[in-house]
Design a protein around this ligand. Structure first.
Ligand code: FES
Ligand code: FES
Length: 163
């Protein structure tokens, strides 16, 4: 049996320890915010936090989460108390179809927790593994930059106007 913390609650999984964490979170614990995109660690749609680090859970065996803290988008904030990035996402009207967005926010949240004043380059590096088929990248970056306090370093409006 594998026991871990899921959004602050202690939970256990009795199935195959090689089951990808994403499957366990979605199918066994019924938290559907984290998405299946590529299943190969290439798109970031499945990003969660493992002990605070952004991790692609479609390729992570649930056994790797044993005795660790897993945080999903459902544990990051709530409608009454949004995480600053979630509030920025709303303000910047970031999503288009929305499919990639929980993974984008979780990747950004790990960055901001590690580097609250993340630079433009820090943001580019941290977000390089998260793909958005809708091409929301300018608004994603603008939202992160606003939380990092360096909005002046990136003008999404100007980028979108020229693209
Ligand atoms: S679904 Fe996990 S990286 Fe694409
Ligand atoms: S908002 Fe559609 S894939 Fe990113």
């Amino acid at each position: 049996m594998i026991t871990f913390s899921l959004n602050g609650d202690s939970v256990s999984f009795k199935g195959d320890p090689n089951t990808p964490l994403l499957w366990v979170i979605r199918d066994d614990f019924k938290l559907k915010g984290s998405k299946f995109g590529c299943g190969a660690g290439l798109c970031g749609a499945c990003t969660m936090h493992l002990d605070g680090a952004a991790i692609k859970t479609c390729v992570l065996p649930v056994a790797a989460a044993a005795n660790k803290k897993v945080t999903t988008i459902e544990g990051l904030g709530n409608p009454e108390a949004l995480h600053p990035l979630q509030a920025a996402w709303v303000k910047h009207n970031v999503p288009q179809c929305g499919y990639c967005q929980s993974g984008q926010i979780m990747a950004a949240a790990a960055l901001i927790a590690d580097k609250p004043d993340a630079s433009s380059d820090d943001i580019d590096q941290a977000m390089s593994g998260n793909i958005c088929r809708c091409g929301c990248y300018p608004r994603i970056k603008a939202a992160i930059a606003s939380v990092a306090g360096n909005s002046q370093s990136y003008d999404a409006t100007a980028v979108e106007a020229t693209s």
